[in-house]
Design a protein around this ligand. Structure first.
Ligand SMILES: [Fe+2]
Ligand SMILES: [Fe+2]
Length: 208
């Protein structure tokens, strides 16, 4: 019987060459600008990390609103899960997060979610809502850049986007009721555990 050809046995990358990644070459072949993608992922990871930090403060100042605190806590822990999920991908693609955390915070793709000067529940919920909206714009862009070309980054970005869309809906519900006494249901019911991250955290990924 004639030997079947193995078309994928070799390619552009020389056998044993560790300076090149086939996992990157194949993306470039399909039109992904990997250098740009890495930069966008670092900005996005920076936003997840800083948001995790700022939400810690915002949650504290929701004092007296146990329901708001709990929902803010889910969004906070899920942002940490997002940072954990996407950071290894930056390294797989050949990138690195900055050596200095100050640089990382400065280049975050979303504004600092500062505690408002008058930290009423409505003011804090407004900051939370706008932070989620920035996250949706960020992950939608990553999904668009990778769709049909980089299934691994796309899958991670889509998982994160799933949760960001939920977070926006939660804060619309809460702000609308708190500030305007208007009912705009989000479909939310509490997570099983704080920060459960049903889409972005699962056993299939190393993501403690
Ligand atoms: Fe997030
Ligand atoms: Fe979020």
């Amino acid at each position: 019987m004639a030997k079947r050809a193995k078309p994928h046995a070799t390619g552009k990358t020389k056998p044993g060459d560790t300076s090149e990644r086939v996992g990157v070459v194949e993306l470039e072949k399909r039109g992904v600008n990997v250098k740009d993608l890495i930069e966008k992922l670092i900005d996005a990871a920076g936003a997840e990390f800083t948001t995790y930090y700022y939400y810690t403060i915002l949650r504290m100042y929701l004092a007296g609103h146990e329901d708001y605190k709990e929902i803010c806590e889910d969004a906070r822990l899920e942002d940490r899960a997002h940072f954990e999920l996407i950071t290894p991908r930056i390294y797989e693609l050949g990138g690195t997060i900055p050596r200095d955390i100050r640089e990382f915070a400065d280049r975050a793709g979303c504004p600092d979610a500062y505690l408002p000067a008058k930290p009423s529940a409505a003011e804090i919920l407004t900051v939370l809502l706008e932070a989620e909206r920035c996250a949706i714009r960020t992950w939608s862009e990553i999904c668009e850049l990778t769709f049909g070309k980089d299934p691994r980054t796309y899958d991670m970005a889509a998982r994160i986007l799933n949760e960001e869309v939920e977070h926006e809906a939660w804060f619309i519900e809460l702000l609308s009721k708190e500030r305007d006494n208007t009912i705009r249901p989000s479909g939310h019911f509490r997570r099983g555990e704080p920060g459960e991250a049903p889409y972005s955290k699962n056993r299939g990924f190393y993501n403690p």
